[in-house]
Design a protein around this ligand. Sequence first.
Ligand code: DOR
Length: 425
Amino acid sequence: MSAIVIRGGEVVDRGGRRRADVAVDDGIVKAVGPDLAAPGGAQVLDGAGCVVAPGLVDLHAHLRQPGKEEAETIETGSRAAALGGYSAVVAMPNTDPPIDSAGAAREVLALGRDALVEVAVAGAITVGRRGERLAPMAELAALGVRLFTDDGTGVQDGALMRRALDYARGLGVVLAQHCEDEDLARGGAMHEGAWSSRLGIPGVTSVAEEAMVARDIALARLTGARLHFLHLSTVGSVDLVRRAKAEGVAVTAEAAPHHLVLTDAACASYDPTFKVNPPLRTDADVAALRAGLVDGTIDAVATDHAPHAPEAKDVPFDEAPPGMLGLETALAVVLSVTDLTRALALLSWQPATIAGLAARHGGPVAEGAAANLCVIDPAVTWMVDPAGLASRSRNTPYAGWKLTGRVRHTIVRGEAVVIDGEARR
Ligand code: DOR
């Protein structure tokens, strides 16, 4: 591993902004300051016009391995992540088999060891994600698992969720809930509203999400456990979390990039690319989520990167699996709705803390810190071409969009894994 010097950029981390070069060696940031000399043999990376920031951290990536390697693998998903500026991702456990045992977690962690970015795993809350009995959370926690979720489904049984929260509290881990009341949501394929009526596609009421958010806030208050809400999508959910936080309940929340820029109107094309769970909602929901980013109700933007192979998505809207790609576009999408420092807080240091990864990720960019960094050109405009994505799948909702802001270099564990927008392997 050679030494690296990033020249001519502006460092941005939770401490603020300053012009500085950054020198890296041996996996560690060695110096941050003006006009740093490059030792012999050092790799010099151009940071002119760029922001040098802590690497991004994704709380919510479906890497599909094991079981759906035709859609994504840990290798292709982590390459997409590196190109998107991520130094760490949390792999969701709705694989096949699911990550509901120490053996399954060990397998994914081993596959992740060679990946371009750090791959942390989330464990399932319940065995098989079936919502019937708890997974061996203590065994998973002993392997370093810090986040538990049945994502793809929510834990329907309130008594079981209460028990999971009690365990989580004892283990010092975070439960991450996919809030969806299955009885209320059954049969729906898009948001229930004017568009679903017009298109004749069965809808899912916002209440299917909000009912579980409300229940789980009450359970978090009761148990004192740490609860994180995945991909919130409605005005009512944002309101509930805002009030819970004001009251001091230990909850955090994320929004997905697509819920910040797309609405249910996109479903008018009947293109299954726009089918996602929770569904794209209304302008009022988008506005509420954006307001939540600004007032701190939403702590993180997490991609919910959900690759599906073309043949799986190439079916009628109501039969298609929900999900859209996110890792390679998240940063630019978030920059389109908020300023750079807030975008980095939402994409890097705040999620790093929620994931329990803050010892190595999320900055600060300072001497002695782990060298997990991204170098962003905030001014460059680029066109999203599905064929050019590193993901094995093509289901991006932004095909043909012109986005501004792109990652130039990504450094993970002191190694430049993306240089000038190209992944090293
Ligand atoms: O759209 C979604 N896709 N939402 C989920 O909760 C699961 C995910 C998937 O795994 O495809």
